[in-house]
Design a protein around this ligand. Structure first.
Ligand SMILES: Cc1cc2nc3c(=O)[nH]c(=O)nc-3n(C[C@H](O)[C@H](O)[C@H](O)COP(=O)(O)OP(=O)(O)OC[C@H]3O[C@@H](n4cnc5c(N)ncnc54)[C@H](O)[C@@H]3O)c2cc1C
Length: 372
């Protein structure tokens, strides 16, 4: 078992050409067969997609140009989950930060369990994945599901604070995909809570651990609790926002047009005909959703590739500072209050303007647009 197969931050601080080479080397058939295994052929493109360095359409275009529709189905389906979560955010706004469909039952704690954030749950594969996450910022999807199931459904914690903790560490931390995935596991955005036992973890992590508190049948699982000394609620430690130029102090040539990036639009090709590029970091949002040092290294790397200067402040400071400039920015729900002319994001699945209550309703509506 080697959960450390998950890449380290230097895998993501690369040049655009290297990302395109990775897109060209995706094997969608292997992806389909093995994506649930920690050592499977997942793409590890998450940080680039979450930060808008590349888009879901770039991934689909690259893979479809080399492989048949059948071979690409699974990857296009999974990319659909990302778009479904983001369409849900567009439609439901800040409601995604509360229980979306119904309350989470049996919740006793708000803060994440100490045993989980320290990576000492006693389940070796899960612990190795957590320790890797806190050091390097990457975690496989299946490990995220196990972690969320332990926090919400076995340590009886409300999903929001554990979600904040995971988002803090992940290089691909994404406000929509993260909060809505946690809600999906906790049963507040799905029909059923997600649970996994030791057998499931062994199978997908290539391990053989036995005799743990999770070594139970699926019939016994709904009653299981994380051992109480591990379930003790604990406040995670979060680093402060790194020191960045205050937006009020940023020098910009008089009346120069500004391409205003968010940290979710670090696309180096965007608005190249504009000279002044700024990546604005909303200090109030960062207080609610802080990010790790690994994440900041990634953001600074890609801000530089955009030829942009990083600046911070509140939305009011931003609006005041750019009042005399022509500003263009990309649509993104966290930036709805920002000034400027809004351009559309690239969507793989263009949609009628309506919201979907489940991924499968969404998928049924959109799959025809890519030929399925
Ligand atoms: C509790 C929990 C928290 C999560 N938090 C985040 C998060 O903060 N940011 C984030 O981008 N994803 C999140 N996910 C979804 C998923 O785990 C990651 O998108 C995926 O692991 C990224 O790795 P990859 O690029 O190798 O994915 P691949 O499997 O190679 O997929 C390629 C891309 O498709 C999209 N995708 C694939 N599966 C999913 C999925 N189930 N949901 C949404 N998008 C998907 C992602 O953009 C991903 O990068 C979370 C899932 C869970 C269960």
């Amino acid at each position: 078992m080697n959960p450390l197969i998950a890449p380290r931050p230097d895998h993501f601080c690369v040049e655009l050409e290297q990302i395109h080479a990775r897109l060209d080397s995706i094997d969608p058939v292997a992806y389909d067969k093995t994506r649930n295994y920690l050592a499977g052929a997942t793409t590890w493109l998450g940080p680039f997609l979450a930060h808008g360095v590349i888009s879901t359409t770039d991934v689909a275009k690259a893979v479809r140009s080399r492989h048949t529709d059948d071979a690409c189905y699974r990857l296009l389906f999974e990319l659909g989950w990302r778009e479904f979560f983001h369409r849900t955010w567009q439609h439901r706004g800040d409601a995604i930060f509360s229980d979306l469909r119904g309350p989470q039952h049996g919740v006793r704690h708000e803060l994440p369990p100490a045993g989980l954030i320290q990576g000492i749950t006693g389940i070796n594969a899960v612990d190795a994945c957590i320790q890797h996450l806190t050091k390097y910022g990457t975690m496989h999807n299946h490990a995220r599901m196990w972690v969320a199931a332990i926090a919400c459904n076995m340590a009886h914690t409300r999903w929001l604070e554990p979600a904040r903790w995971l988002h803090y560490h992940l290089l691909d931390g994404d406000l929509a995909s993260n909060t809505l995935s946690w809600q999906w596991v906790a049963g507040t955005f799905s029909n059923k809570r997600y649970l996994a036992n030791q057998d499931n973890i062994n199978r997908y992590s290539d391990s053989e651990q036995a005799g743990t508190w999770l070594d139970l049948s699926y019939e016994q699982l709904p009653e299981v609790s994380l051992p109480s000394k591990l379930a003790e609620p604990a406040a995670p430690t979060y680093a402060a926002l790194p020191s960045l130029t205050a937006i009020q102090d940023l020098s910009i040539a008089d009346r120069a047009p500004v391409a205003l990036h968010s940290i979710w639009n670090l696309d180096p090709h965007w608005q190249r005909d504009i000279e002044q590029h700024i990546v604005f970091v909303d200090s109030e949002l960062h207080e609610r959703w802080p990010m790790s040092e690994n994440r900041w290294t990634f953001i600074k790397h890609w801000a530089e590739r955009c030829g942009a200067v990083l600046a911070t402040g509140t939305t009011e400071h931003l609006t005041e500072r750019l009042a005399n400039h022509e500003v263009v920015r990309r649509e993104y729900p966290a930036c709805n209050d920002w000034p400027g002319t809004v351009t559309e994001r690239a969507w793989l699945y263009p949609l009628p303007d309506k919201s979907f209550n489940s991924f499968f309703a969404f998928w049924k509506q959109v799959k025809g647009s890519v030929g399925y």
